[in-house]
Ligand binder design. Structure first.
Ligand SMILES: [Zn+2]
Length: 175
């Protein structure tokens, strides 16, 4: 993975300057205006985001939109999951949602829909609800007892530099 530690543009070796701007970001069919931190190259004027900077923008944007929609934030979903001692995979099985759905909710790249949001609140607040769903879907609630998992999938910063992700690093997916 290319790092920006050297403060040198990976495209042209120009000098990078750290910038902060309020910008729009598109998430699914929604747009959120949030603070962005990124690097701009003095020579080629390209804007570059580290994976951490892009994740921060995604989380800010998705939390803002979730607040507007009355949906649980990424951190709240993560907190419900870890309180129940569930892996992301087993929470998906419990709720009957597809693979990688929970990791995307927690990264802020995809929103839960309203019905699933309600279900998450029920398993958080109503004792017996999670075991009920676990029996229904054949999930062993005692199996996990996992700690925190990595928040993001590993990916190569070069994809961001050369691809369309440079300015819009959000998966255009809802679900
Ligand atoms: Zn450059």
């Amino acid at each position: 993975m290319i790092r920006l530690d050297a403060n040198e543009c990976p495209l042209c070796e120009g000098a990078l300057e750290k910038r902060s701007e309020i910008r729009d970001i598109h998430l699914g069919n929604r747009t959120a205006t949030v603070p962005h931190s990124f690097y701009r190259c003095d020579s080629c004027r390209e804007d570059l985001y580290t994976p951490e900077q892009m994740e921060a923008v995604q989380l800010l944007a998705s939390d803002k939109i979730r607040d507007e929609e009355g949906l649980l934030r990424s951190s709240e979903i993560r907190s419900i999951r870890t309180r129940l001692g569930l892996s992301q995979h087993h929470l998906e099985q419990l709720l009957g949602v597809g693979p990688k759905t929970v990791v995307r909710w927690e990264k802020g790249t995809v929103f839960q829909n309203g019905a699933t949001d309600s279900l998450l609140r029920v398993i958080a607040d109503v004792s017996g609800a999670a075991p009920y769903l676990a029996r229904m879907h054949g999930v062993d609630l005692a199996a996990d007892k996992v700690g925190e998992q990595p928040l993001r999938d590993e990916y190569d910063f070069r994809d961001d530099v050369h691809g369309k992700h440079t300015r819009h690093g959000i998966e255009d997916v809802t679900g």
